[in-house]
Design a protein around this ligand. Structure first.
Ligand SMILES: [Zn+2]
Length: 204
């Protein structure tokens, strides 16, 4: 650089460069892409002064799995499984092309099962008839074996919802509102998911 930049100016320039590269490369910016773009400041400057993944995040670009810290990789796995809603087998996991992929994990020296354990999940280790689920409640990652079709919550959350449900019912003085809820429950599938919906308890 011929001009001397302040750190703040350099940062502005880097963010602009990264966003432009991201647009050109469909959201993907790797160190290789940056280096071969010939853009300034250099990759090593960015790495030294800002941290590569930090600045990517600031530019709202998802770092490549190989650039994530082990902790971030495990968090990504936790969120993928939570979104899926049940514990897949490793074959299923690969077939579903979920993130992080097994390759990214093995590059960190983790098998899929080890990574799952670190994420707080148990893998099967043997064929099972009923697949374990992950609690439907926002922010809860508890794993459990469902005992019936509409078993969407872990025991803990189910107890919590039941408590809130009862106290909300006890607070209701309006007979018409109570009647409306009773009617909705009478015609529902009687699952906790329905109860949380009817009672407005699903907004944590
Ligand atoms: Zn739960």
């Amino acid at each position: 650089m011929s001009k001397v930049y302040t750190k703040a100016e350099a940062k502005k320039l880097i963010l602009r460069n990264l966003r432009a590269l991201s647009t050109e490369n469909k959201g993907k910016v790797t160190p290789e892409i940056y280096k071969s773009s010939g853009l300034k400041p250099s990759y090593s400057y960015i790495k030294e002064h800002f941290g590569w993944t930090n600045i990517l995040r600031e530019a709202n670009i998802m770092p490549h799995p190989s650039m994530l810290t082990a902790e971030e990789l495990i968090q990504q796995l936790k969120d993928s499984i939570k979104e899926l809603g049940y514990i897949p087998t490793s074959t299923e996991y690969d077939k579903l092309k979920m993130k992080p992929d097994s390759d990214s994990l093995s590059k960190r020296g983790l098998t899929w099962s080890e990574a799952m354990n670190e994420a707080g999940f148990r893998t099967y280790g043997k064929p099972v008839k009923v697949k374990d689920r992950v609690c439907y409640n926002a922010g809860c990652y508890n794993q459990y074996t469902p005992e019936y079709e509409h078993h969407w919550y872990c025991d803990e959350c189910q107890k919590d919802i039941r408590g809130k449900f009862i106290s909300k019912l006890n607070d209701m003085k309006d007979a018409n509102a109570l009647r409306k809820i009773a009617l909705q429950l009478a015609t529902s599938n009687n699952s906790f998911r329905t109860i949380t919906f009817i009672m407005g308890l699903d907004k944590n």
